[in-house]
Design a protein around this ligand. Structure first.
Ligand code: IPM
Ligand code: MG
Length: 367
């Protein structure tokens, strides 16, 4: 039986609860004799800060580098609102992305038919929705320098963030988007603000040139990021793959998540460049956050986390059939009417995290 090394970083809030369900799914594959996962667990975010004063320790960073894939839960919460900026919970996640060079963030927004009712949009607008947001993850305003607050000495301060993109960064994320589109419905929409930002002008130029040179068979459309946000809620099914920068991708993927019924539904994969053996560093995380208001209550929806594990099987280990089995199990459980509170819709009864995990495991066993 093949064996892979997973490094688990459950983090804060509902992170540990949803990661626990993924561990059960991963163990199931081992018990079924299909594939074995060796799992080790570390600390990230507020819990890491409490334990050793940093958002992630050097030894956990080393384990993340050594693993075949990292499974990440969520970080942050009001408890750490006042900790210094450099060691705030989110710094752990940003360091993982940067140090592992995970430049490509894939956020698929799929609206399961059974959930069309749970979306805040009209069911006919979202039913059958299947879009892929490709977010650049290691550049732009998240990491650009200078990034600081300076004292102007006259009772005024100045906050500075720097939006910066080089050609190679735009090209490599563009390539990921075009390659994915070829396996889907062959359309890419590229979003930037070329009407206001120089980095947007360059983004547009580089994507256009790459398309002409290597991907002329794919339909390419450009959109201004604000208009893209509007179109996403007006007529989301017009999109296939959306490629955009780090900050716009952060915002647009939250919108896309809500189209699917709940933030609790959206998985994600963060991938690095393939090495000589075709292996990529990778981290898988749900798009939802730590949800401190429901943490520890057993109410969280584990589907985005379990869906992230399915992405891990598909993108890191080439286990497409096994990933399909998980995704089908999720779809069947939703079709059966089982709902956590976040996707309640009109359901009269809501279920908890573990019961949702149980139901998905039972479906897997049947498949
Ligand atoms: C996300 C999150 C993160 C981001 C936060 C937690 C730093 O919102 O993954 O979308 O802004 O990238
Ligand atoms: Mg976000």
């Amino acid at each position: 039986m093949k064996s892979y090394k997973l490094f688990l970083l459950p983090g804060d809030g509902i992170g540990p609860e949803v990661v626990r369900e993924v561990v059960r799914v991963a163990d199931w594959f081992g018990k079924a004799g299909l594939v074995h996962f060796e799992m080790e667990t570390g600390l990230v975010g507020g819990c890491a800060y409490d334990a050793h004063g940093a958002a992630i320790s050097e030894s956990d960073m080393a384990l993340a580098h050594a693993a075949d894939a990292v499974l990440f839960g969520a970080v942050g919460g009001p408890k750490w609102d006042a900790v210094p900026y450099d060691v705030r919970p989110e710094a752990g996640l940003l360091r993982l992305r940067k140090d592992l060079k995970l430049f490509a963030n894939l956020r698929p927004a799929i609206c399961y038919p059974a959930l069309a009712e749970a979306s805040s949009l009209k069911p006919e607008l979202v039913e059958g929705l299947d879009i892929m947001i490709v977010r650049e993850l290691t550049g732009g305003v998240y990491f650009g320098e200078p990034k600081q607050i300076i004292d102007l000495g006259n009772g005024q301060k100045r906050g500075i963030d720097t939006q910066v993109y080089d050609t190679y960064e735009i090209e490599r994320i563009g390539r990921v988007a075009f390659e994915l589109a070829r396996k889907r419905t062959n359309k890419v929409t590229s979003g930037e603000k070329r009407n206001v930002m120089k980095s947007g002008v360059l983004w547009n130029e580089v994507i256009t040139a790459l398309h002409k040179r290597e991907y002329a068979d794919v339909t390419l459309e450009h959109a201004l990021a604000d208009s893209l946000a509007m179109q996403l809620v007006r007529a989301p099914k017009q999109f296939d793959v959306i490629v955009t920068d780090n900050l716009f991708g952060d915002i647009l993927s939250d919108i896309a998540a809500m189209l699917t019924g709940s933030l609790g539904m959206l998985p994600s994969a963060s991938l690095g460049e393939a090495d000589a053996k075709g292996q990529r560093k990778a981290l898988y995380e749900p798009v939802h956050g730590s949800a401190p208001d429901i943490a520890g209550k057993g109410l969280a929806n584990p589907i985005a986390m379990i869906g992230s594990f399915a992405m891990c099987l598909r993108y890191s280990f080439g286990l497409g059939t096994e990933a399909d089995r998980i995704e089908t199990a999720i779809a069947n459980v939703l079709a059966s009417g089982l709902r956590t509170a976040d996707i309640r819709g009109n359901a009269s009864h809501v279920t908890g995290t573990v019961e949702m995990g149980d139901a998905i495991l039972a479906e897997l066993a049947k498949s």
